[in-house]
Unconditional design. Structure first.
Length: 273
């Protein structure tokens, strides 16, 4: 009998527009998982952020975070796979950020702790919203100058801007093939765009294939809504876009299901899995 892994994006897909799982979706997932469904998340969020927005509801399987940078085992709180950035190879990116005074969040492990660093006083509207949503987050680490901004074992960068400025910054930063760049519209504040930068070989697809092999699955069924889900769809055996998904994702999907506000993923799983 074939072993199937069901895997879903979070924001705009499994989460409703209030950035939370509905009680109905949680109930369906719990019942299906108890009945043998093998289910996981693949998200641009960090592990800490996933725990926050899902209200602590976690699948039994490892999850994919940071757009494929990490595979995290939630039972042991260990990272089974990680794509850290080489300090020398990422220098052109950091030089572009510094020379153009680009406000940025830098994600790294410093002294064994995950930290999110930025230069105090450079916060734009998007960054302030990010910080409000993460008030009290122990990862937050404001610094006063460029020196310590790039400390530690870096794995991710986030720039939040209006679309035109974000596109301009993408052109400024795109100086090295060592990095992968994801520019997507904020699900909750459509005036803001997120330019996320990580190692070239990190993607939801690469992490998904690694997870599939690691756990011995034969098939993958994926759910998503945005452009960063394209690679995951392309390597899945079946893939379903929620009704609110980006047109480019709907175009390559096996089918289109109910929207995130309609608990589309939960309803599909209830009927078909």
């Amino acid at each position: 009998m074939e072993k199937t892994l069901y895997i879903s994006d979070l924001d705009g897909t499994l989460l409703r527009n209030n950035a939370a799982l509905s009680p109905y979706t949680v109930d369906v997932l719990r019942r299906k998982i108890a009945g043998g469904l093998r289910f996981s998340y693949a998200t641009a969020r960090s592990r800490a952020s996933v725990v926050n927005v899902t209200g602590g509801f976690m699948p039994d399987l490892p999850i994919i975070t940071n757009n494929g940078v990490f595979i995290c085992d939630l039972k042991t709180d260990k990272r089974l796979h990680g794509c850290y950035m080489d300090k020398e190879k990422v220098l052109p990116l950091h030089r572009a950020i510094r020379e153009n005074n680009i406000p940025v969040f830098v994600y790294a492990f410093i002294d064994g702790r995950e930290r999110v660093s930025w230069i105090r006083g450079t916060e734009n509207a998007g960054m302030r919203a990010y910080l409000r949503d993460r008030h009290g987050d122990q990862r937050l680490r404001p610094v006063d100058d460029w020196g310590p901004l790039f400390d530690g074992d870096i794995f991710y960068h986030t720039i939040i801007e209006e679309r035109d400025k974000a596109s301009h910054l993408l052109n400024l930063c795109n100086q090295t093939a060592y990095c992968r760049y994801s520019l997507i519209q904020d699900t909750y504040n459509t005036d803001e765009w997120w330019l996320e930068i990580f190692r070239h070989d990190a993607s939801k697809a690469a992490a998904l294939l690694k997870l599939k092999s690691m756990l011995g699955f034969d098939r993958v069924v994926a759910f998503g809504d945005n452009l960063n889900d394209i690679s995951m769809f392309e390597c899945s055996d079946a893939c379903y876009a929620v009704a609110n998904a980006h047109p480019a994702l709907r175009k390559i999907a096996t089918g289109v299901i109910g929207s995130n506000e309609e608990d589309g993923v939960a309803n599909w799983l209830l009927e078909h899995a």
